[in-house]
Design a protein around this ligand. Structure first.
Ligand SMILES: Cc1cc2nc3c(=O)[nH]c(=O)nc-3n(C[C@H](O)[C@H](O)[C@H](O)COP(=O)(O)OP(=O)(O)OC[C@H]3O[C@@H](n4cnc5c(N)ncnc54)[C@H](O)[C@@H]3O)c2cc1C
Length: 249
C-alpha cells in the first residue's frame, strides 16, 4: 500500500494485487496504539484510512490472487500482466493444526470467526492471540484462551488488558482434540472439555511468497520473514523500496 502511493508520487504506474482486503492482517487488530502520528484506532478504522489513501492517489487495485511471477510476467488467477519491477508484500500464512480443522468454525484470523459467536476459544499466547481475545471480549463474547506451556510471549500491556477485560486464560493447558457437534465445537484439553462456537488458532505465522522465477523483485513487510512484524515496519519498508526503485528508474 505505502509502496504503491509513494511510486505514484514519482509518476510510476502501479497495479496493486490484493486477493482479500486492503490492510491485510491489520483488519483483525483490536486496537493499534503504536502507529506513529495516529491516535489509537481499531484495525478496521485504520484499514479504511488506508483504502481512502490509495484511492486519493488513484492506485489501481485488482482483486486477484498472484500465483507466480515469471520472466517479469505477473500471473494471477484471472490474467497475466507484464511488469518492470515486482514488489512482494504478501505477508504471512498461519501455522496450521490440520487435525483441529473439523469445521469452518476453526479459523486462523479473528475476521473469519462465525459472525454470531457468543463463546470462543483462542489457542496461543503471543500478541495476535491476546489482541484477538481482547477484541472478542470487547464484543461481549465469552473467551477461553489456552496456552500449551507456561510461557507467554505477548507484550505485558496486552496481557494485562486481557486479564482486566475478563479473558479466561488457561496456562499450560494444551488442546488435544477438537470435535464438531451440532454446529458447535467441543474442545478437549489436558484438563477438561469445553463447548464453544469458534476456535481461533494463533500459534505463529511464516512468510509466504508466490512462485518466483527470473524476475526483479523486492520483498517488503512481514513477507521478509523477520521476527519483528509491525504495520509501521511494513509501511517504512514500502516507502524505502519505492524511493530505491524511483532513483534506479
Ligand atoms: C490481531 C493482530 C493485531 C495486530 N496489531 C498490530 C499493532 O497494534 N500494531 C502494528 O504495528 N501491527 C500490528 N499487527 C501486525 C500487522 O498487522 C502486520 O505486521 C502488517 O499487517 C504486515 O503488513 P504486510 O503488508 O507485510 O502483510 P499482511 O498484512 O499479511 O498483508 C499481505 C496481504 O497480501 C495479500 N496476499 C498475500 N498473498 C497474495 C497473493 N499471492 N496474491 C494477492 N494478494 C496476496 C493478503 O491477502 C494480505 O491482504 C497486528 C496483527 C494482528 C493479526
Amino acid at each position: 500500500m505505502a509502496v504503491s502511493t509513494m511510486l505514484k508520487r514519482y509518476s510510476i504506474d502501479v497495479i496493486l494485487f490484493e486477493d482479500r482486503e486492503i490492510g491485510g492482517l491489520l483488519n483483525n487488530a483490536w486496537r493499534v496504539e503504536n502507529f506513529p502520528l495516529l491516535s489509537p484506532s481499531s484495525g478496521e478504522i485504520l484499514c479504511k484510512k488506508l483504502k481512502d489513501h490509495l484511492s486519493s492517489h488513484n492506485v489501481d487495485v485488482f482483486n486477484e490472487h498472484v500465483v507466480s511471477v515469471r520472466d517479469n510476467m505477473v500471473i494471477t488467477d484471472r490474467s497475466e500482466y507484464s511488469a518492470d519491477r515486482v514488489i512482494l508484500a504478501t505477508g504471512t500464512r498461519p501455522r496450521r493444526l490440520h487435525d483441529f480443522e473439523v469445521s469452518s468454525n476453526v479459523v486462523y484470523e479473528f475476521r473469519d470467526l462465525p459472525a454470531d459467536s457468543k463463546n470462543i476459544a483462542v489457542y496461543g499466547a503471543g500478541d495476535m492471540a491476546f489482541d484477538s481475545a481482547i477484541k472478542a471480549r470487547s464484543r461481549s463474547m465469552g473467551v477461553l484462551q489456552f496456552c500449551r506451556g507456561k510461557h507467554v510471549r505477548a507484550i505485558p500491556a496486552l496481557v494485562s488488558e486481557a486479564r482486566s477485560s475478563g479473558v479466561d486464560f488457561h496456562s499450560a493447558e494444551p488442546i488435544y482434540h477438537v470435535k464438531s457437534e451440532n454446529s458447535k465445537l467441543v474442545i478437549e484439553t489436558s484438563s477438561a472439555s469445553y463447548l464453544v462456537d469458534g476456535l481461533l488458532i494463533c500459534i505463529g505465522r511464516d512468510a509466504r511468497l508466490p512462485e518466483l522465477d527470473n524476475c526483479r523483485y523486492e520483498i517488503i513487510g512481514d513477507a521478509r520473514g523477520e521476527p519483528f512484524r509491525q504495520a509501521s515496519i511494513a509501511v517504512g519498508d514500502g516507502v524505502r523500496t519505492a524511493m530505491k526503485i524511483a532513483t534506479e528508474w
